[in-house]
Design a protein around this ligand. Sequence first.
Ligand code: SF4
Length: 376
Amino acid sequence: MPKKDLIAKKDLKNLNIQFTPKISKILPKKEFHVPRHFSVSSIGTFLTCRRKCWYSRIRRLVPKLSPDYFYIGRVWHEALDVLYSWQSYDAALRQIKRSIKKESKSPWFTADQFERIKTDRTILSAMLNGYYQVYGKEDFKKWRILRGEIEFNLPDFLNSGFDFNGRMDSALKIATGPHRGTWCLENKTASQISNYQLEQVKIDPQILGYVSACGHILGKKPRGVIWNVIRKPSIRQKKAQTLTAYRKELEQDYIDRPSFYYNREYLFVPTKAVEEWEEEITNVLLDFELACQQPEDKHIWYKNPSMCTMYGRCAYLSLCSRGEKIQTLSMFRIHTRDEETEKKGNKDGKRKTEKKRKEIIDKRKTRQTRKHYSGI
Ligand code: SF4
């Protein structure tokens, strides 16, 4: 089906968005937007709460200020990406400092949170040190990174009329041993690791989606996903303890109890499971398409109150509970197209860095080969 035919202009009019004059000052009608792309998490939002999907994807409302619960995970991802891409512990440590500095500039970070950010930096450095000792050196020998962090955009995914966007950690190749083959790498931070998580991860849409996307990007389905989980520390900083002493204690604990802190599973993903996910996703996209074509008063974007406090407080709770008023709406801003363009600019910058990284690693390898021959 051609893209343009999927949501015609007349369908947009059917949506019949009514704004009172006052509200329209805050949310101009022209900002209304029907997305032509999806990611695994946006589909998750649609499935868990349609109302949330309506606010975040169709109305493009983002909270002006909201605490970011996931920033530790983000910094950890960036650090591991650098660790494997540059094969350097020091570079990864520097990346933690850089990422933390960048995060601390975000508007939700207030002055009283600077102590917290120092502690977080200490925790992340200790996590990295332990990880490098337990896995890093061995992985450098066995793993060949095919692509560092991959930002992908698969246009008209499975002829659905929607582009599939996302970001996955890495694609890598193992040359020998029982795990020989191509794998996607999925890094995670968790407070605890349980057996049922391992069961659930086999049908996790993120895992299946990444394998599917990776197959489209590399032209061949990878064997599966390396599920690489690290537990956040259970030890807290004592009152009189300095950050240096705390860091040493954590580093030692990460080295002493590797099986408590690290969990790595090679999850083989069969082709049938990926095909099943692809069929399911096509059906969900069809539902999304139909929902977009319904007028708002049909209440097709219904609420799911059981999700309001499932992962902390939902950012749209005030809108759902108190309604769309000046007071509640003024806590949001509209995600603009300029921000997307800026993201695209970052991607171009990343491509240049990737090229530079390959050159440096090639040079390093040539130097090592020269050293090797000169030593004969
Ligand atoms: S507050 Fe609850 S019902 Fe409203 S969007 Fe969030 S999860 Fe959905």
